[in-house]
Design a protein around this ligand. Sequence first.
Ligand code: NAD
Length: 278
Amino acid sequence: MEIKGKTAIVTGAARGIGRAIAEAFAGEGAKVVLADLGSLAHRPAVGWHYGLSPESELAGAAKKIRERGGSCAAVEVDVSDRASCQNLVEESLEAYSSLDIVVNNAGILRTGALADFAERDWDRIFAVNVKGIFLLSQAALPYMKERGGVIINIASVLGKQGYARIGAYCASKFAAISLTQSMAAELAEYDIRVNAICPGNVDTPMTFAHLASSEGLQKQYETATVEEAFDAFNRDRIPLGRGQTPEDMADAALYLSRADNVTGISLVVDGGYGIGVS
Ligand code: NAD
């Protein structure tokens, strides 16, 4: 698919991986709908263990794209809510009269032993990381089925391999990968391609919030800062010896948007983390 002139919704676009993907699409001449919680981040039902993006960050991300000459709209959404996803699609169509690409990127992380893991946290992780993909894709389908399109789900290397003390998140990302495969099989007849990206260890607010948490690696590596813990982990565990960047994921999203004969894959971008250091 030629990206120029197409309309792309990117969820979780106010910061981190989503923001880099939105900037990359805008840089290629797409009309981008940046979707994130905005003022909804202040709702108790949405609140999380680390700060999610407030409205200032969403506005800032949109402003930067416009300053660079890109075309974008900013829409508040909670991807775990059906009406909110429906509203996002309607506002996107109102703004640009088309919808070609949906990037289901919004996600949340919580670590902890399963024996003590709070049911509310389990439910919220699945509501955002898995049901969010279902709800937004379903809302977009009536339009996309008529014209074809591209759906990209941001999963994780933790959707390929389970690890201790991060079971809920791993399970949600395994689910995101299998959902990607089912969607790809089901939607191919409408010329809708569905793929996943599996990032490794990316320097984003989510990663740094995790590193700094009581379960995080900063204690394990005994570093003064989370940035040092991030580097220490990458040197220790990643064959290429460095972490991934949001821009690495944006490159993968551009590739998957253009790759007209690719569907149902989960593209790992992890510097070899999954194969491990020898
Ligand atoms: P981040 O926390 O920096 O950004 C996530 C964005 O999603 C935030 O702006 C947040 O406000 C938004 N969001 C959260 N819940 C939402 C909801 N219900 N509705 C709408 N927006 C919501 O995280 P990130 O590291 O950029 O992660 C992006 C995606 O990449 C996630 O799906 C994450 O699981 C995945 N991922 C990240 C890494 C990593 O190392 N950072 C690795 C593998 C996978």
